[in-house]
Design a protein. Structure first.
Lengths: 512, 159
């Protein structure tokens, strides 16, 4: 392990890779700050640029972009009450009220310190957790992988939020359906190509990600523009940031919050499907309960209420790399797009990555920590200047985002069919967004679909076309049972709540 | 309110149509003769997915919509015209980028995009389009060696 860490350190601290982290953090902060654009769009926009890089540098750049985008998202949450991504929605609950009170600078500093601490603690846990899991996962067979991927997809539903379970499942199924387009890899027969040679290789992942996220979000901003009064209010927040210094009492107040939220965030990040959003809401809720009397200040500009989600979402980002690096299974939309990028470099993440490409495995982990340092020492002082990007009018910004999305995909294939396919997917994504359908499960289903089918087929071939491996291999069966429970959880919990509500109504009726 | 006028139900109906369309295409997947009786053919997963899609769509269609689902009543406030024109500009970009060359088409696309978004200042229209198109082409073609035809085909292409 020590050898691996040294290799990773050697790679991560090469001059060009240090520049990559810095560039990634800055670019990510810029993009993440634009309302509507989150880390998925930021990373998608970066993929075409990194094609010429070696895989380690490419991944280091993207890890930097990831952190930067989360930090940038927090900035727009605090200054504009317009979270770029779902993961920073909870940050706006107390961050925006703080900014309105004239403490925007302080709120941004708390966000930066909390993100740094959360990311650092999680990176240290990752340093020890990832290799252990990678070693264990070497004994995994294709049937276990199939079961794990199924678990990941089921978890999407479990964490989808009340009332959204069916929609999340439908979008996952849609992603899986889109993944079946193209030549069937094991038998070479065409599926859903409608005779078009342009579809033989299937739908490119980058195309789908760009169309549904970067373009979809830009078009949503066109459909629902901000009012003039809101724009003026936001401009005032950007101009009067106030002091960025924290008092000793404030540091003492948020320190335990950061400790608790880091661990909670990391654990939630490791779980497939949970990620930054769920962890930030959970940390916010948990701290509100912990705070006792002070919990009443939550939502009105509490520094604890800002520190908790900011810590947890960054810790979760780091945690989400555990299943990606060790099992090759993405747990969130963002890690799904990173998996797509790794595959495009010709690298298959999973336990083999740890043994075959230790320089990538370790340099990504180490650059994550380095990314946090860069965010703190480089981005924080630059915030007043970076915040000016928010003043770029949408008249100019939106056509640029559309152009970078189009050209990012076109320059990979040089096929104009891809441009038209993107427009079709972007329109479909906008319609689905207007109908409140989540996009991330679709992306996750799409990237896992092909791998899941491949592993299932391999298992069947190994077991002479018998499905018995599903119940004869204890590990596979255990994961499948967990997947079943995870899928049933939302149904069981809503049934249980209804039953309790019925009982309490009956009790009240009897009492009265 | 009309039974169908809920976002959930409209979405469910769209998903149902998509799943049925997907199902109808599965039989077009050709199976190799010696693998037709196999436990898992290229049609197996699509059948499972189509079935799941139909079941889930029907569940959503007949589920009670949430209280905040007010259907498509707010859709009239959406800036549909601008979004449509931007999509049209993208389609035209796809059709013209090869015959007219990258720099020319990109400049036109960006200018059209800015105008659609309401920008009328000519300094911004030209200042934010031509330099971006040219510098992007230069970065790709001259620095990163990704060959892009800069000029229209009748002018020799360039790049």
């Amino acid at each position: 392990m020590l050898e691996g860490i040294l290799t990773g350190l050697g790679t991560a601290f090469q001059l060009q890779n240090i520049l990559m982290v810095m560039l990634g953090c800055l670019a990510g902060t810029f993009i993440g700050m634009l309302p509507g654009l989150g880390p998925i769009s930021a990373i998608a926009l970066m993929i075409p640029i990194t094609y010429g890089f070696d895989p380690a540098s490419g991944m280091i750049l993207m890890a930097g972009v990831y952190y930067g985008a989360i930090f940038g998202g927090s900035t727009s949450s605090i200054l504009l009450n317009a979270p770029g991504i779902a993961g920073t929605v909870a940050s706006s609950f107390d961050g925006y009220p703080l900014a309105k009170k004239g403490f925007a600078g302080k709120a941004l500093a708390i966000a930066a310190y909390s993100s740094f601490s959360g990311g650092t603690i999680a990176a240290i846990i990752l340093l020890f957790a990832a290799p252990s899991l990678a070693i264990v996962s070497l004994s995994f067979q294709s049937s276990d992988y199939f079961a794990l991927m199924l678990l990941g997809l089921c978890a999407v539903a479990a964490f989808a939020g009340k009332g959204n379970v069916i929609k999340a499942l439908l979008m996952t199924v849609m992603g899986l359906m889109l993944a079946t387009v193209g030549l069937d890899k094991s038998q070479g027969v065409e599926r859903f190509t409608f005779g078009s040679a342009d579809l033989y290789d299937g739908i490119p992942f980058l195309l789908l990600a760009m169309a549904t996220f970067a373009m979809g979000e830009a078009l949503m901003a066109v459909l629902r523009p901000k009012s003039e009064a809101d724009k003026q209010k936001d401009l005032a927040n950007q101009k009067n940031l106030g002091s960025m210094k924290l008092s000793k009492a404030e540091v003492r107040e948020i320190a335990p919050v950061i400790g608790r939220s880091s661990i909670l965030g990391f654990i939630m990040g490791v779980l497939p499907g949970a990620g930054a959003t769920i962890s930030s809401f959970l940390a916010y809720g948990a701290e509100q309960r912990f705070a006792g009397e002070k919990g009443k200040e939550f939502g009105k500009g509490s520094i604890r209420g800002l520190a908790a989600p900011e810590t947890a979402n960054n810790a979760a980002c780091t945690g989400s790399f555990v299943p990606l690096l060790t099992l090759g299974i993405p747990g969130s939309g963002t890690t799904a797009i990173m998996l797509g990028a790794l595959i495009s470099y010709g690298i298959q993440p999973g336990p083999q990555l740890y043994t075959d490409n230790p320089e990538i495995f370790w340099s990504v982990i180490i650059s994550m920590y380095f990314g946090n340092v860069v965010l703190l020492i480089l981005n924080l002082p630059l915030i007043p200047y970076i915040a000016r990007i928010l003043a770029v009018p949408s008249n100019v910004l939106i056509p640029m985002i559309l152009f970078f999305s189009l050209v990012g995909v076109y320059l990979v294939s040089f096929n104009t069919f891809d441009i038209h396919l993107m427009v079709v997917f972007a329109i479909a994504a906008v319609v689905l967004r207007l109908l409140d359908f989540p996009m991330a499960p679709m992306l996750l289903g799409f990237i896992l679909g092909g791998m899941m089918e491949h592993n299932l087929r391999r298992s069947l071939t190994i077991h002479n076309d018998s499905w018995s491996f599903l119940w004869e291999r204890p590990l596979t069966l255990s994961i499948l049972v967990v997947a079943g429970l995870v899928l049933a959880y939302p149904l069981l919990s809503s049934g249980w709540q209804k039953l309790r509500a019925k009982r309490s109504t009956l009790g009240a009726g009897e009492g009265g | 309110m009309n039974w169908l006028n809920y976002r959930d139900r409209i979405g469910a109906l769209l998903m149902l149509v998509f799943s049925l369309g997907y199902l109808s295409q599965i039989d077009n997947i050709r199976l190799l003769p010696f693998l037709q009786g196999g436990a898992f053919t290229p049609r197996t997963l699509p059948y499972v997915l189509a079935g799941l899609g139909i079941i889930l769509s029907l569940l959503l269609l007949f589920k009670k919509p949430p209280a905040d689902d007010d259907g498509i009543t707010h859709w009239k406030q959406l800036h549909l015209g601008q979004a449509f024109l931007l999509c049209l500009a993208m389609v035209i970009y796809g059709l013209t980028v090869r015959p007219l060359g990258f720099v020319f088409t990109t400049t036109l696309f960006l200018i059209a995009g800015f105008i659609i978004m309401g920008e009328r200042n000519w300094k911004i229209l030209l200042g934010a389009s031509l330099p971006i198109a040219f510098s992007f082409w230069y970065l790709m073609d001259q620095v990163l060696n990704i060959s892009i035809q800069a000029m229209p085909a009748f002018l020799g292409g360039g790049g």
